[in-house]
Write a protein that binds this ligand. Sequence first.
Ligand code: NAP
Length: 261
Amino acid sequence: MGLLEGKTALIFGLANKRSIAWGITQAMHREGARIGISYAGEVLERRVFPLAESIGCDFVEACDVTKDEDIEAAAAKAAEKFGKIDILVHSIAFANRDELNGPFYNTSREGFRMALDISVYSFVALARAFQPLMNEGGAMLAMTYHGSVKVAPHYNVMGVAKAALEASTRYLAYDLGPQGIRVNAISAGPIRTLAAAGVSGFKKMYRAFTEMAPLHQPVTIEDVGNAAVFLCSDMAAKTTGEVLYVDSGYNIMGVPDVDAG
Ligand code: NAP
């Protein structure tokens, strides 16, 4: 029997087959969850619909998380389709390319606002809209990155956004604990996705990552999917407000091994 048998999962942030959301979708589907998918907008339809079809998912809804009316409509449609849900996954981030290059102090007011609105506030807004639909024992999950606590050159405003996302995870865990809903985040190592392509110097950083990480292995969307299954299953019933690193151990290192390679 799958770890998520009998559970319904709604996954936000599927763009294409490289998306972390796709790794999570596949893993949750494999473990028996009933899946609903949400994507940003029309331009992604061509990629998202065939993926959804490949796992027999018939709930595929566009939702621009900057619009409250889109979030309300998504919640209403999910309520109509599923009644209650058990899992909500937030795998969404955005910052203008201009902000992911050069000094952090050049971050524009509008760029800062937009990055935090799409990458952080959206998690709070989704939690508020969907919490009445969540069964007791349910779980919410967000995707973060180590640039929240340590400087990752060029990650800039996204590092600040991820710090706010991790803090939001803790506050939501506190709010929703009495309802028996857990809220956690996964801090993934670098993965080649559409979003990652926007970070200046990502390719070089990606190579350096496998050299420095104790496991010397790149992180895959399958790795993140499996960790997501654990955190959203009853196996993690007493874990909430946490950030779980899925990064081949990279975050434990203080300095690179100068004798390696
Ligand atoms: P991705 O495939 O590009 O996914 C990001 C998703 O966010 C896309 O589906 C994107 O849609 C969506 N999005 C952006 N603006 C939106 C809006 N207004 N409304 C709704 N959705 C919107 O990249 P990913 O790497 O899988 O990213 C997923 C999450 O993992 C993000 O939170 C990211 O920061 C995090 N993460 C990634 C890495 C990595 O190395 N890749 C590492 C750690 C954490 P559009 O394509 O239309 O913008």
